[in-house]
Design a binder for this molecule. Structure first.
Ligand code: PEP
Ligand code: MN
Length: 341
Protein backbone atom coordinates (compact mmCIF):
# COMPACT_ATOMS: atom_id res chain seq x y z
CA UNK A 1 0.00 0.00 0.00
CA UNK A 2 1.80 3.11 -1.24
CA UNK A 3 -0.91 5.36 -2.64
CA UNK A 4 -4.49 5.89 -1.46
CA UNK A 5 -6.93 7.66 -3.76
CA UNK A 6 -9.87 9.35 -2.02
CA UNK A 7 -13.38 9.66 -3.39
CA UNK A 8 -14.42 13.14 -4.54
CA UNK A 9 -15.95 15.09 -1.68
CA UNK A 10 -14.34 13.07 1.10
CA UNK A 11 -14.65 14.99 4.36
CA UNK A 12 -11.68 16.37 6.30
CA UNK A 13 -12.80 14.23 9.19
CA UNK A 14 -12.55 11.01 7.12
CA UNK A 15 -9.12 12.08 5.90
CA UNK A 16 -7.96 12.74 9.45
CA UNK A 17 -9.24 9.33 10.52
CA UNK A 18 -7.29 7.70 7.67
CA UNK A 19 -4.09 9.53 8.58
CA UNK A 20 -4.49 8.41 12.20
CA UNK A 21 -4.91 4.83 11.02
CA UNK A 22 -1.70 5.05 8.99
CA UNK A 23 0.14 6.58 11.94
CA UNK A 24 -1.00 3.73 14.16
CA UNK A 25 0.92 1.43 11.79
CA UNK A 26 4.10 3.50 12.06
CA UNK A 27 3.47 5.18 8.70
CA UNK A 28 2.80 8.79 7.77
CA UNK A 29 0.83 10.52 5.03
CA UNK A 30 1.71 12.96 2.31
CA UNK A 31 -1.59 14.55 1.23
CA UNK A 32 -1.79 15.96 -2.29
CA UNK A 33 -4.96 17.92 -3.06
CA UNK A 34 -5.82 18.15 -6.76
CA UNK A 35 -8.80 19.92 -8.28
CA UNK A 36 -10.73 16.66 -8.69
CA UNK A 37 -9.11 14.25 -6.33
CA UNK A 38 -7.11 14.02 -3.14
CA UNK A 39 -4.31 11.50 -3.13
CA UNK A 40 -2.51 10.24 -0.05
CA UNK A 41 1.07 9.07 -0.47
CA UNK A 42 2.01 6.62 2.24
CA UNK A 43 5.46 7.21 3.72
CA UNK A 44 7.43 4.56 5.61
CA UNK A 45 8.17 0.87 5.23
CA UNK A 46 5.00 -0.08 3.39
CA UNK A 47 6.36 -3.54 2.58
CA UNK A 48 5.40 -4.57 6.13
CA UNK A 49 1.72 -3.81 5.55
CA UNK A 50 -0.06 -7.11 4.96
CA UNK A 51 -2.70 -7.64 2.27
CA UNK A 52 -5.30 -8.01 5.04
CA UNK A 53 -4.36 -4.64 6.54
CA UNK A 54 -4.53 -3.17 3.06
CA UNK A 55 -8.02 -4.60 2.57
CA UNK A 56 -9.08 -3.04 5.89
CA UNK A 57 -7.95 0.39 4.64
CA UNK A 58 -9.86 -0.21 1.42
CA UNK A 59 -13.20 -0.25 3.29
CA UNK A 60 -12.60 2.99 5.20
CA UNK A 61 -14.88 5.95 4.49
CA UNK A 62 -13.68 8.04 1.57
CA UNK A 63 -11.20 5.51 0.23
CA UNK A 64 -11.66 4.80 -3.46
CA UNK A 65 -8.54 2.89 -4.31
CA UNK A 66 -5.48 1.55 -2.56
CA UNK A 67 -2.45 0.92 -4.73
CA UNK A 68 0.80 -0.82 -4.12
CA UNK A 69 3.88 0.30 -6.01
CA UNK A 70 6.28 -1.81 -4.06
CA UNK A 71 5.56 -5.47 -4.88
CA UNK A 72 4.36 -7.91 -2.19
CA UNK A 73 7.24 -10.12 -3.28
CA UNK A 74 10.38 -8.28 -2.37
CA UNK A 75 13.41 -10.55 -2.71
CA UNK A 76 12.14 -11.84 -6.06
CA UNK A 77 11.44 -8.38 -7.49
CA UNK A 78 13.47 -6.45 -10.06
CA UNK A 79 13.26 -3.41 -7.79
CA UNK A 80 15.13 -5.30 -5.11
CA UNK A 81 17.82 -6.61 -7.48
CA UNK A 82 18.13 -5.12 -10.94
CA UNK A 83 20.76 -7.52 -12.32
CA UNK A 84 19.65 -10.89 -13.62
CA UNK A 85 20.25 -13.75 -11.23
CA UNK A 86 22.72 -16.20 -12.65
CA UNK A 87 22.79 -19.70 -11.19
CA UNK A 88 25.86 -21.86 -11.55
CA UNK A 89 25.09 -25.58 -11.44
CA UNK A 90 28.34 -27.52 -11.62
CA UNK A 91 29.70 -24.97 -14.08
CA UNK A 92 26.52 -24.78 -16.16
CA UNK A 93 25.18 -21.26 -16.02
CA UNK A 94 21.43 -20.66 -15.94
CA UNK A 95 20.43 -17.09 -16.69
CA UNK A 96 23.44 -16.24 -18.84
CA UNK A 97 23.82 -15.98 -22.61
CA UNK A 98 23.46 -19.70 -23.20
CA UNK A 99 19.94 -21.12 -23.19
CA UNK A 100 20.16 -24.26 -21.10
CA UNK A 101 18.16 -27.28 -22.16
CA UNK A 102 16.93 -29.82 -19.63
CA UNK A 103 15.82 -33.01 -21.34
CA UNK A 104 14.82 -36.55 -20.50
CA UNK A 105 11.84 -38.78 -19.83
CA UNK A 106 8.85 -37.87 -17.72
CA UNK A 107 9.56 -40.77 -15.33
CA UNK A 108 12.73 -42.66 -14.60
CA UNK A 109 11.77 -46.17 -15.72
CA UNK A 110 14.94 -48.24 -15.47
CA UNK A 111 18.70 -47.87 -15.43
CA UNK A 112 19.48 -48.76 -19.05
CA UNK A 113 16.87 -46.41 -20.42
CA UNK A 114 18.13 -43.56 -18.24
CA UNK A 115 21.74 -44.02 -19.29
CA UNK A 116 20.94 -44.35 -22.98
CA UNK A 117 18.56 -41.36 -23.10
CA UNK A 118 21.06 -39.22 -21.18
CA UNK A 119 23.67 -40.04 -23.84
CA UNK A 120 21.23 -39.15 -26.61
CA UNK A 121 20.14 -35.80 -25.18
CA UNK A 122 23.75 -34.90 -24.44
CA UNK A 123 24.70 -35.65 -28.03
CA UNK A 124 21.93 -33.31 -29.18
CA UNK A 125 23.25 -30.52 -26.94
CA UNK A 126 21.19 -30.70 -23.74
CA UNK A 127 22.98 -29.55 -20.58
CA UNK A 128 20.85 -31.28 -17.92
CA UNK A 129 19.00 -34.56 -17.63
CA UNK A 130 15.58 -34.84 -16.10
CA UNK A 131 13.39 -37.69 -14.94
CA UNK A 132 10.83 -38.08 -12.17
CA UNK A 133 11.42 -40.60 -9.40
CA UNK A 134 8.49 -39.32 -7.32
CA UNK A 135 5.60 -38.73 -9.68
CA UNK A 136 2.55 -36.59 -8.94
CA UNK A 137 -0.07 -38.69 -10.78
CA UNK A 138 -3.74 -37.82 -10.99
CA UNK A 139 -4.69 -41.44 -10.33
CA UNK A 140 -3.40 -43.28 -7.28
CA UNK A 141 -3.40 -46.44 -9.44
CA UNK A 142 -1.02 -44.98 -12.05
CA UNK A 143 2.75 -45.52 -11.91
CA UNK A 144 4.04 -43.46 -8.98
CA UNK A 145 7.75 -43.52 -9.77
CA UNK A 146 10.64 -45.66 -8.55
CA UNK A 147 11.54 -43.48 -5.55
CA UNK A 148 15.17 -43.60 -4.41
CA UNK A 149 15.95 -46.39 -6.88
CA UNK A 150 15.02 -43.95 -9.66
CA UNK A 151 17.31 -41.29 -8.18
CA UNK A 152 20.15 -43.83 -8.27
CA UNK A 153 19.56 -44.44 -11.98
CA UNK A 154 19.66 -40.69 -12.56
CA UNK A 155 22.98 -40.60 -10.70
CA UNK A 156 24.25 -43.46 -12.91
CA UNK A 157 23.28 -41.45 -15.99
CA UNK A 158 25.05 -38.39 -14.59
CA UNK A 159 28.13 -40.50 -13.93
CA UNK A 160 28.15 -41.66 -17.57
CA UNK A 161 27.45 -38.30 -19.20
CA UNK A 162 28.40 -35.59 -16.71
CA UNK A 163 24.94 -34.03 -17.10
CA UNK A 164 23.53 -32.63 -13.83
CA UNK A 165 20.15 -33.91 -12.62
CA UNK A 166 16.80 -32.10 -12.39
CA UNK A 167 14.20 -34.12 -10.49
CA UNK A 168 10.99 -33.46 -8.58
CA UNK A 169 10.38 -33.50 -4.85
CA UNK A 170 6.82 -34.03 -3.61
CA UNK A 171 7.24 -34.38 0.11
CA UNK A 172 9.52 -32.60 2.62
CA UNK A 173 10.29 -36.04 4.09
CA UNK A 174 12.24 -36.85 0.91
CA UNK A 175 14.48 -33.80 1.18
CA UNK A 176 17.55 -35.61 2.54
CA UNK A 177 17.46 -38.24 -0.17
CA UNK A 178 16.92 -35.54 -2.80
CA UNK A 179 19.94 -33.61 -1.59
CA UNK A 180 22.02 -36.75 -2.04
CA UNK A 181 21.24 -37.06 -5.75
CA UNK A 182 19.66 -33.95 -7.30
CA UNK A 183 21.55 -30.97 -8.72
CA UNK A 184 18.34 -28.97 -9.15
CA UNK A 185 15.23 -29.77 -7.13
CA UNK A 186 12.00 -29.39 -9.07
CA UNK A 187 8.79 -28.26 -7.40
CA UNK A 188 5.97 -29.43 -9.63
CA UNK A 189 2.94 -27.43 -10.68
CA UNK A 190 0.72 -29.25 -8.18
CA UNK A 191 2.97 -28.23 -5.30
CA UNK A 192 3.59 -24.61 -6.24
CA UNK A 193 1.56 -23.51 -3.23
CA UNK A 194 2.66 -26.26 -0.86
CA UNK A 195 4.10 -23.64 1.44
CA UNK A 196 5.70 -26.08 3.90
CA UNK A 197 7.54 -27.73 1.03
CA UNK A 198 8.62 -24.32 -0.29
CA UNK A 199 10.01 -23.34 3.11
CA UNK A 200 11.91 -26.63 3.35
CA UNK A 201 13.64 -26.25 -0.03
CA UNK A 202 14.22 -22.62 0.92
CA UNK A 203 16.35 -23.75 3.82
CA UNK A 204 18.88 -25.72 1.78
CA UNK A 205 21.69 -24.70 -0.52
CA UNK A 206 20.44 -26.22 -3.76
CA UNK A 207 18.89 -24.59 -6.84
CA UNK A 208 15.12 -24.98 -7.13
CA UNK A 209 13.13 -25.15 -10.37
CA UNK A 210 9.71 -23.79 -9.40
CA UNK A 211 6.98 -24.69 -11.87
CA UNK A 212 3.94 -22.50 -12.28
CA UNK A 213 0.79 -23.85 -10.63
CA UNK A 214 -2.00 -25.21 -12.83
CA UNK A 215 -4.18 -22.14 -12.30
CA UNK A 216 -1.79 -19.69 -10.73
CA UNK A 217 -1.31 -16.07 -11.55
CA UNK A 218 2.18 -14.71 -12.10
CA UNK A 219 1.87 -12.83 -8.81
CA UNK A 220 0.99 -15.99 -6.87
CA UNK A 221 3.91 -17.75 -8.56
CA UNK A 222 6.32 -15.01 -7.53
CA UNK A 223 4.95 -15.13 -3.99
CA UNK A 224 5.86 -18.83 -3.96
CA UNK A 225 9.37 -17.94 -5.14
CA UNK A 226 9.43 -15.43 -2.29
CA UNK A 227 8.60 -18.22 0.19
CA UNK A 228 11.72 -20.10 -0.92
CA UNK A 229 13.90 -17.00 -0.96
CA UNK A 230 12.63 -15.80 2.42
CA UNK A 231 14.41 -18.78 4.01
CA UNK A 232 17.72 -17.81 2.45
CA UNK A 233 17.84 -19.87 -0.73
CA UNK A 234 17.94 -17.35 -3.58
CA UNK A 235 18.71 -19.92 -6.29
CA UNK A 236 15.22 -20.08 -7.76
CA UNK A 237 14.46 -20.78 -11.43
CA UNK A 238 10.89 -20.18 -12.63
CA UNK A 239 9.37 -22.65 -15.09
CA UNK A 240 6.30 -21.82 -17.21
CA UNK A 241 4.51 -25.09 -17.99
CA UNK A 242 1.11 -23.99 -19.16
CA UNK A 243 -2.03 -23.07 -17.28
CA UNK A 244 -5.62 -24.29 -17.24
CA UNK A 245 -7.92 -22.43 -19.58
CA UNK A 246 -11.15 -23.28 -21.40
CA UNK A 247 -9.13 -24.55 -24.37
CA UNK A 248 -9.06 -28.31 -24.83
CA UNK A 249 -7.04 -28.64 -28.04
CA UNK A 250 -3.87 -28.64 -25.97
CA UNK A 251 -3.25 -30.20 -22.53
CA UNK A 252 -2.69 -26.72 -21.07
CA UNK A 253 -2.31 -23.24 -22.50
CA UNK A 254 1.37 -22.38 -22.64
CA UNK A 255 1.56 -18.78 -21.47
CA UNK A 256 4.58 -17.50 -23.34
CA UNK A 257 3.68 -13.93 -22.47
CA UNK A 258 4.74 -14.90 -18.95
CA UNK A 259 8.35 -14.85 -20.15
CA UNK A 260 8.61 -11.13 -20.99
CA UNK A 261 6.30 -10.27 -18.08
CA UNK A 262 8.59 -12.11 -15.66
CA UNK A 263 11.64 -10.48 -17.20
CA UNK A 264 10.14 -7.13 -16.17
CA UNK A 265 8.99 -8.17 -12.71
CA UNK A 266 11.82 -10.37 -11.50
CA UNK A 267 15.55 -10.97 -11.79
CA UNK A 268 15.11 -14.75 -11.57
CA UNK A 269 15.85 -16.97 -14.59
CA UNK A 270 12.87 -18.23 -16.59
CA UNK A 271 12.61 -21.68 -18.17
CA UNK A 272 9.79 -22.87 -20.43
CA UNK A 273 8.40 -26.41 -20.47
CA UNK A 274 6.54 -26.74 -23.77
CA UNK A 275 6.00 -30.51 -23.24
CA UNK A 276 3.51 -30.15 -20.38
CA UNK A 277 2.36 -26.87 -21.90
CA UNK A 278 0.95 -28.47 -25.05
CA UNK A 279 0.78 -32.18 -24.17
CA UNK A 280 1.38 -33.32 -27.76
CA UNK A 281 4.78 -34.19 -29.15
CA UNK A 282 4.27 -32.54 -32.54
CA UNK A 283 3.49 -29.18 -30.95
CA UNK A 284 6.60 -29.20 -28.79
CA UNK A 285 9.01 -28.02 -31.51
CA UNK A 286 7.11 -24.88 -32.59
CA UNK A 287 6.49 -23.83 -28.99
CA UNK A 288 10.12 -24.47 -28.03
CA UNK A 289 11.22 -22.17 -30.82
CA UNK A 290 8.68 -19.56 -29.76
CA UNK A 291 9.97 -19.79 -26.17
CA UNK A 292 13.51 -19.12 -27.35
CA UNK A 293 12.30 -16.13 -29.35
CA UNK A 294 10.35 -14.84 -26.32
CA UNK A 295 13.50 -14.70 -24.22
CA UNK A 296 13.48 -17.91 -22.16
CA UNK A 297 16.71 -18.74 -20.32
CA UNK A 298 16.11 -22.43 -20.70
CA UNK A 299 13.81 -25.18 -21.89
CA UNK A 300 12.56 -28.33 -20.24
CA UNK A 301 11.69 -30.96 -22.84
CA UNK A 302 10.49 -34.52 -22.36
CA UNK A 303 12.40 -37.00 -24.51
CA UNK A 304 11.83 -40.77 -24.45
CA UNK A 305 13.59 -43.52 -26.43
CA UNK A 306 10.26 -45.08 -27.26
CA UNK A 307 7.30 -42.81 -26.42
CA UNK A 308 4.68 -45.45 -27.22
CA UNK A 309 5.95 -47.52 -24.29
CA UNK A 310 6.47 -44.63 -21.86
CA UNK A 311 5.13 -45.13 -18.34
CA UNK A 312 3.95 -41.51 -18.29
CA UNK A 313 3.50 -38.64 -20.75
CA UNK A 314 4.43 -40.65 -23.86
CA UNK A 315 2.03 -38.54 -25.90
CA UNK A 316 4.09 -35.40 -25.38
CA UNK A 317 7.58 -36.95 -25.47
CA UNK A 318 9.93 -36.41 -28.37
CA UNK A 319 11.96 -39.26 -29.84
CA UNK A 320 15.72 -38.66 -29.65
CA UNK A 321 15.98 -37.97 -33.40
CA UNK A 322 13.24 -35.34 -33.29
CA UNK A 323 14.88 -33.76 -30.26
CA UNK A 324 18.20 -33.64 -32.10
CA UNK A 325 16.55 -31.96 -35.07
CA UNK A 326 14.78 -29.44 -32.83
CA UNK A 327 18.06 -28.50 -31.13
CA UNK A 328 19.57 -27.78 -34.54
CA UNK A 329 16.60 -25.70 -35.62
CA UNK A 330 16.62 -23.60 -32.45
CA UNK A 331 20.23 -22.46 -32.89
CA UNK A 332 19.61 -19.71 -35.48
CA UNK A 333 16.59 -18.48 -33.50
CA UNK A 334 18.71 -18.20 -30.35
CA UNK A 335 21.35 -16.33 -32.33
CA UNK A 336 18.74 -13.94 -33.73
CA UNK A 337 17.80 -12.90 -30.18
CA UNK A 338 21.38 -12.57 -29.01
CA UNK A 339 21.60 -15.93 -27.27
CA UNK A 340 23.16 -19.30 -27.93
CA UNK A 341 21.92 -22.81 -27.36
C1 PEP B 1 6.95 -33.14 -14.80
O1 PEP B 1 7.83 -32.29 -15.00
O2 PEP B 1 7.06 -34.34 -15.15
C2 PEP B 1 5.67 -32.73 -14.21
C3 PEP B 1 4.92 -33.56 -13.51
O3 PEP B 1 5.36 -31.45 -14.49
P1 PEP B 1 4.20 -30.47 -13.93
O4 PEP B 1 4.42 -30.37 -12.46
O5 PEP B 1 4.50 -29.20 -14.66
O6 PEP B 1 2.89 -31.08 -14.30
MN1 MN C 1 5.70 -35.37 -17.42
Amino acid sequence: MDIIVLRPGTSEEALKHLIKKLESKGLSANVSRGTERTIVGVIGDTSKVTEEEEDAIRVMTGVEEVMRIIKPYKLASREFKSDNTVIDVNGRIIGGKKIQVIAGPCSVENKEMMISIAGEVKKAGASFIRGGAYKPRTSPYAFQGLGEEGLKYLADAREETGLPIVTEIMDPRDLDVMLKYADIIQIGARNMQNFRLLLEVGSVNKPVLLKRGLSSTIKEWLMSAEYIMSRGNHQVILCERGIRTFETATRNTLDLSAVPVLKQLTHLPVVVDPSHGVGKWDLVAPMSKAAVAAGADGLLIEVHPNPEDAMSDGEQSLKPDDFYKLMQEMRPIAEAVGREI
